[in-house]
Design a binder for this molecule. Structure first.
Ligand code: SF4
Ligand code: SF4
Ligand code: FES
Length: 555
């Protein structure tokens, strides 16, 4: 195995690992500051913040020969015998000079900069810069200009790392950004007409990523700009519910109010990116039209009046009404988590062992969109079709689609539970009419709809940010997450209600339910035990099972 020496410590790396000086230094706990290098982009070695000393150890004599000049760690491969020094006086002085040079042309406007608190320039200056700023009183003009619908540029804050330019060339493949002018006059811009009108704005569906990529406050996300200081927010690991890609994300909130979503690194799914659809499509969480009252249709009034119901009275009322309704059916939404779908099906099957278990409608919009680096936004706009289908198939033996449920089953049912959780209209008046004969109709959803208006029990449900559980994405990768914010007053999140209905004691713990699911349903067996942050591949079992079958057939 190749051995690299970093600050006097030997570190063994894999024979086929291709690491640079920054990456190998991390293995011994040394953080080499950097601006232009990003693991997902090509290497340009332009910022010079990562300068280190480098040399080579002779395998035969053990002697180390150091290069006279500092080298950029981002561009220097770690090979057997490579020696890096990241903490010598020479390196420390070089970093201080690079920081000072950057600050010659950078306004120190951290108090009003949106990036303050998560800015590499601020952090590195504190850690590696000079104690005092020698160049000051520059007439900064605080020029700000739009680049497109979602991103704005604070021109003077740019450190010309070109990450954003490389992103649009290498990842989105749309190339809207470029460097204009030369030398100290270089600036980032889009293609404009003479009068400043934008000709080719930055408007690809991955645009928001450039704000995450920008190491300083030059690129601002218009949706988030000046909404929160980042140190007031808490960040929670979550999974995007926007499409079946299932990007790993962080939900950032303050006092149960979501302010932004950001991608979370996951080499198996989204690497470092997420799309704008997922990034900005969380506003329904705080939509004033969200349903917040648990209501039951009056049993006495003939004109369909509703009265409010207490959540603690609901289990008994539901049991009584559903048991008396006759044959039951349940529609599992692809927005439910695996654990929620399992508990709901279990509850309804507990009341009627022959209850019909069907899938809710699968929202599909347009076609899959693939970008230059392979990132895909899927047309299937729900996070958990695969997981919920596996649960439905386990209970029902075969998959019943929403259409088949409405056309072939609905008329014969006395009681139906419908779970929703869609962000927009997901069924029609005609669909609702097909369930008109159902005696007890339970609808669990976030927004009013024809079915909601026809329901016997109206149950306000939670959004993705309030749920806890697991989703399975299009490639059979299961990811678990915890709730990021508490649901608004009046809402009981699906998992908690189903846990109570199935006789669970104490608080709902998705992990506990997933353990049952992975024991009972073969498809989920790889989800036994702790789920890593990057999720688990459920296909592993299927491959193992197929291998066993083949081996069995051969003997
Ligand atoms: S705008 Fe940001 S990401 Fe783009 S070159 Fe400037 S500092 Fe780098
Ligand atoms: S690709 Fe899909 S899962 Fe990923 S951020 Fe976009 S909508 Fe969300
Ligand atoms: S990170 Fe190495 S030169 Fe910029």
């Amino acid at each position: 195995m190749p051995v690299v020496i970093v600050d006097g410590k030997e570190v063994e790396i894999g024979a086929n690992e291709r690491l640079n000086g920054i990456q190998v230094a991390r293995r011994v706990g040394a953080e080499v500051p950097h601006y232009c290098w990003h693991p997902g982009l090509s290497v340009v070695a332009s910022c010079r913040m990562c300068l280190v000393e480098c040399g080579q150890k002779d395998a035969a004599t053990g002697k180390i020969a150091m290069q006279p000049r500092l080298v950029p760690a981002c561009q220097t491969p770690a090979k057997d015998g490579t020696v890096f020094v990241t903490n010598s006086q020479k390196v420390i002085d070089a970093r201080a000079m690079v920081e000072e040079d950057l600050l010659l042309r950078h306004p120190v406007d951290c108090p009003i900069c949106d990036k303050a608190g998560e800015c590499s320039l601020q952090d590195y200056h504190f850690e590696h810069g000079r104690e005092s700023r020698r160049a000051d009183i520059q007439p900064f003009t605080s020029r700000r200009r739009d680049l497109g619908d979602t991103v704005t540029l604070f021109v003077d804050r740019c450190v010309m790392c070109t990450r954003c330019v490389r992103f649009t060339r290498e990842i989105s493949g749309t190339s809207e950004l470029m460097v204009i002018n030369r030398g100290a006059h270089e600036e980032i811009d889009v293609f404009r007409y003479e009068n400043g009108e934008i000709h080719f704005p930055l408007e690809n569906k991955l645009s928001g990523n450039v704000c995450d990529l920008c190491p300083v406050g030059a690129l601002g996300d218009k949706d988030f700009l000046y909404k929160q200081r980042v140190w007031f927010m808490k960040s929670h690991d979550n999974v995007c519910a926007g499409c079946s890609t299932g990007c790993s994300i962080k939900v950032e909130e303050n006092q149960d109010h979501v302010y932004r979503l950001k991608p979370r690194e996951n080499p198996h799914i989204n690497t470092w990116w997420m799309c704008d659809e997922g990034r900005y499509d969380w506003k329904h969480v705080h939509d004033p039209n969200r349903l917040l009252e648990l209501r039951r249709k009056s049993t006495t009034s003939s004109n369909g009046d509703y009265s409010n119901l207490d959540w603690h009275l609901l289990p008994a009322e539901l049991d009584k009404s559903l048991k008396a309704a006759g044959k039951l059916g349940v529609v599992l939404s692809p927005h439910l988590t695996v654990e929620e779908a399992y508990l709901l099906a279990k509850y309804v099957r507990g009341l009627d062992p022959n209850a019909v278990v069907a899938m809710g409608p699968i929202p599909v919009e347009g076609k899959d969109e693939k970008f230059k680096n392979g990132f895909v936004i899927h047309s299937e706009k729900c996070p958990n079709r695969r997981g919920v289908e596996a649960v439905a198939a386990y209970f029902a033996g075969k998959l019943i689609s929403w259409e088949d449920f409405l056309n072939d089953q609905a008329a014969s049912l006395g009681g139906v539970w419908i779970s929703g959780g869609y962000k927009s209209a997901w069924h029609t008046d005609a669909d609702a009419a097909k369930l008109a004969g159902v005696k007890t109709l339970v609808v669990h959803d976030c927004f009013a709809s024809p079915l909601w208006n026809a329901a016997t029990f109206q149950l306000p449900g939670g959004t993705f940010a309030e749920r806890e559980g697991s989703y399975v994405n299009y490639q059979d990768r299961l990811q678990s997450f915890r709730w990021a914010i508490r649901a608004p007053a009046g809402v009981k999140v699906e998992g908690q209600l189903f846990w109570q209905l199935t006789g669970g004691s104490g608080l709902f713990r998705a992990k506990q339910v997933l353990a049952d699911v992975s024991r009972e349903i073969g498809y989920f067996s790889a989800a036994m035990g702790d789920i890593p942050e990057v999720g688990v591949d459920l296909k592993v079992n299927q491959l193992a099972a197929a291998g066993q079958q083949l081996a069995g057939a051969a003997t």
